[in-house]
Design a protein around this ligand. Sequence first.
Ligand SMILES: Nc1ncnc2c1ncn2[C@@H]1O[C@H](COP(=O)(O)OP(=O)(O)OP(=O)(O)O)[C@@H](O)[C@H]1O
Length: 225
Amino acid sequence: MIELSGVAKSFTLYNQGGAAIPVMAGAALSVAPGECVALTGASGAGKSTLMRMIHGNYLAASGRIVVGGLDVAAAEPREILALRRHVLGYVSQFLRVVPRVPTLDVVAEPLLAVGVPVEAARDRAAALLARLNIPRPLWDLSPTTFSGGEQQRVNIARGFAHDYPALLLDEPTASLDPGNREVVLELIEAAKARGAAILGIFHDAGARARVCDREVDVSAFAVAP
Ligand SMILES: Nc1ncnc2c1ncn2[C@@H]1O[C@H](COP(=O)(O)OP(=O)(O)OP(=O)(O)O)[C@@H](O)[C@H]1O
């Protein structure tokens, strides 16, 4: 479902005469449907950079990044947007939303984007918000003023609303209390059981051991600057 081969990345430092700093070369990994793979490696090894390349935010210098049959490294922007809408979900560490949109709509939006009727989308969003213990009075408010943990749970509800065939998870259990951490781990297990291919960064070793089938150490792909 997710297949990387020969992926390289360098950052161009425009404020330093356009110097190119290579950070990664020869990155390769694959994630099959129903599998959860953890990206590991020390801070700065390139875990987030690799996730951003798979999501199409960072452009790879070379190599292939195939998600659901589309090579993200060579795709047109509109193809990447369609991939994100239908195939590839991404739970980033921080919630980024349009201000003033109510929480229930923030969570229902990915479902509406793939054509789910409004009532069904809102029912699914409500069920996820309830499961993640977001108090009912907050559902009609924008999440922009919520606490860090509440925002993270809204972000997770949004990321799990549509049954994406592939999912990227950036520290999905960070800073959650034990009860909500358990809910998130159950959501990940359920996504695997329905056949989602999941790639994640988990600093929470217990969570990683429980839901991940394998680990890929990105230090192996790092290039010394
Ligand atoms: N936009 C950027 N411009 C320049 N260098 C960058 C950029 N993004 C990342 N880097 C560099 O690429 C390397 C990999 O960073 P990355 O954030 O991917 O590491 P990480 O493994 O996710 O680290 P952490 O666990 O601390 O989040 C680092 O040396 C970082 O400084």
